[in-house]
Design a protein around this ligand. Structure first.
Ligand code: HEC
Length: 230
């Protein structure tokens, strides 16, 4: 009978159609379109590029921004951001790359650059810290993972203090609205790199003819000359 073979043909077509629909529904289950947990991109910077010795973290005293920023070397800071440029754009266009655009980042709210998908570590941080001020950027770029565990910024960090100060001065020059505070000498305790040992004394011009060079011998003589107890 003709009806029977027509039914078989229609049945075959229907079956094929169901199978196609079924696969379409099932297959995405096996290939979920989730982003990878980590960006497959890590920039390692050799320690000697970062300014040498890794000082123990606890020993570092945060600088007095009003003192160090006006003296910072913006050009050196810009040069040091070569390592950042693999991931960040610094132009006013604010283009997002692997990392968010950084133009104007000093003084802006963390995790707030339009169009960038921040980590939850960063958005959680933003709930506690409303502003990327000098101090927070200083700590973050020293060791992003240590400062903000879970951040998507897979960068070893800039260990050298002066390099970070220069980078922050450069970032500040890029359309920042955050004022530089007045110098506060009380906040710059002796022993920090805010006053480098190599600084020339203001009253000792090289033309003076005498270049006093402290020797270990004189230092020893000094410690030996303790006044007798009375
Ligand atoms: C390997 C890529 C990479 C490198 C190199 C890198 N960053 Fe990042 N950076 C990121 C990513 C990704 C984020 C977003 C972090 C998140 O969401 O947790 C980020 C975030 C930041 C933020 C916070 C921005 C905001 O909008 O809240 C600052 C500031 C920053 N980076 C500065 C720097 C500086 C300065 C350097 C160079 C010394 C640098 N980064 C190097 C990838 C990188």
């Amino acid at each position: 009978m003709a009806d029977l073979s027509t039914n078989k043909v229609l049945g075959a077509i229907l079956g094929a159609a169901l199978l196609t629909v079924g696969l379409g529904v099932i297959v995405p289950e096996f290939f979920p379109l989730e982003p990878p947990a980590k960006d497959g991109f890590k920039v390692e910077v050799p320690p000697d590029l970062l300014g040498g010795t890794a000082a123990p973290a606890a020993a570092e005293v945060p600088p007095d921004w009003g003192t160090v920023l006006p003296k910072a070397d913006i050009a050196a800071g810009q040069a040091a951001t070569a390592v950042c440029q693999a991931c960040h754009n610094f132009s006013p266009a604010g283009t997002n790359m692997i990392g968010p655009g950084l133009y104007g980042v000093v003084g802006r709210a963390p995790g707030s650059h339009p169009g960038f998908a921040y980590s939850s570590a960063m958005t959680d941080f933003a709930k506690k810290e409303p502003v990327w001020d000098y101090e927070h950027i200083y700590e973050f770029i020293k060791g992003p993972q240590a400062y903000l565990p879970g951040t998507k910024m897979t960068f070893a960090g800039l260990k050298d203090q002066q390099t970070r100060i220069n980078v922050i001065a450069y970032l500040h020059s890029l359309g920042s609205n955050l004022p530089i505070p007045k110098p506060n000498p009380a906040k710059a305790p002796a022993g920090t790199t805010a006053a480098p040992a190599g600084a020339t004394p203001a009253n000792g011009p090289p033309t003076g003819g005498v270049a006093p060079t402290p020797t270990p011998a004189s230092a020893q003589a000094h410690t030996g000359a303790e006044p007798p107890a009375k």
